[in-house]
Design a protein around this ligand. Structure first.
Ligand SMILES: Nc1ncnc2c1ncn2[C@@H]1O[C@H](COP(=O)(O)OP(=O)(O)O)[C@@H](O)[C@H]1O
Ligand SMILES: [Mg+2]
Length: 313
């Protein structure tokens, strides 16, 4: 059995390399890695031009896994993602052409530019880990991870993801404009003609070992209760219309285990929960129309719930 420090060491190496290609975005980098280790999918939201695509491509490029990018557009069809059966004139037989979703890491870029049917083709496959093409079932490769990106809805609000589909994402990361120092570094780094490509530094076996290590991270009964009490507070908040599902709780605990390992621990601590709770919970909480109208946000609800619950020692 590989050592738990594999995760911490791999994270150090990967982060150092990511830093050479993308300036800043520390939280986003960390959350990409957490999603990878805990077998979750991640949605990156932010204004155009802040390096969402660049970061996702670089991240995938550093891993010895197959990678496909799907640019979502209004005319993208579900079969452009999943694949089709086509008639081969020479052999006189139908053969399948598997779509770009058959990769270990799939970048679903600008996901809300495509219509609901195409979006749900992606989201369903993420959940089922298999595709049906004309009655035949094809398993997706493992590991399998989707990195989706979207511009804020006000920028390009064509087809917002319905909340049932948002729930499939373990993490939603929201990034805003970086400090101007970052702009200056970006200009220095990429202001010229050439551009370096990332090289593989993490093997497939290492990725799989890290994912398995999650089974060796322990959680105390007190900590489970702590999470339960936070969820209870959120449920009981009168501003909340749709609350946290058990699926969301699973995503939280898996992510917290991954984060514990990144910090060299084989047990989950309250700080892991605090680190992950907003990226995992915020996109699932829907407030009542009155509360939203008054300017309340899901983050406020989570903050208050955390403050109201006693941290176990
Ligand atoms: N923080 C950053 N670090 C490195 N490059 C950046 C950063 N922010 C923006 N860029 C550069 O800006 C350009 C646009 O980035 P891109 O990934 O296409 O943005 P997005 O997908 O968010 O619209 C790329 O050339 C990218 O390298
Ligand atoms: Mg982009």
């Amino acid at each position: 059995m590989p050592d738990i420090t594999l995760v911490q060491d791999t994270w150090r190496r990967l982060r150092a390399e990511l830093d050479r290609f993308v300036i800043g975005m520390e939280d986003t980098k960390e959350e990409l890695f957490i999603a990878l280790v805990s077998q979750g999918h991640i949605l990156l939201e932010g204004a155009p031009g802040i390096a969402k695509t660049t970061l996702a491509k670089t991240f995938a490029g550093l891993l010895d896994l197959s990678f496909k990018r799907i640019q979502f557009t209004p005319d993208l069809l579900p079969t452009d993602i999943t694949g089709v059966k086509i008639y081969n004139q020479k052999t006189g037989e139908f053969e399948v052409r598997l779509g770009p979703i058959f990769a270990n890491i799939v970048l679903a870029d600008e996901i809300n530019r495509a219509g609901p049917k195409t979006q749900s083709a992606l989201l369903e496959s993420m959940q089922e880990l298999q595709i049906t093409i004309e009655g035949e079932v094809y398993r997706l490769p493992r590991p399998f991870m989707t990195i989706a990106t979207q511009n804020p809805i006000e920028v390009e609000g064509t087809y917002p993801l319905p909340s049932a589909q948002l729930d499939r994402f373990m993490i939603k990361n929201v990034a805003s404009y970086p400090p101007v120092e970052t702009y200056i570094e970006v200009m220095k780094l990429y202001g010229g003609y050439s551009r370096e490509e990332p090289r593989t530094i993490v093997s497939r076996a290492e990725v799989e070992d890290m994912q398995r290590m999650i089974d060796h991270v322990t959680v105390s009964e007190d900590l489970y209760r702590y999470i339960g009490e936070i969820i209870e507070k959120i449920h009981g908040d009168s501003r909340v219309r749709w609350s946290i599902s058990p699926r969301a709780a699973l995503h939280l605990i898996r992510g917290a285990k991954a984060y514990a390992m990144m910090n060299g621990r084989d047990y989950v601590a309250p700080e892991d929960i605090k680190r992950l709770i907003k990226p995992v919970f915020t996109h699932r909480i829907i407030l009542t129309p009155e509360a939203s109208f008054k300017g309340h946000r899901a983050e406020d609800v989570i903050d208050e719930a955390i403050r109201a619950v006693r941290v176990p020692i």
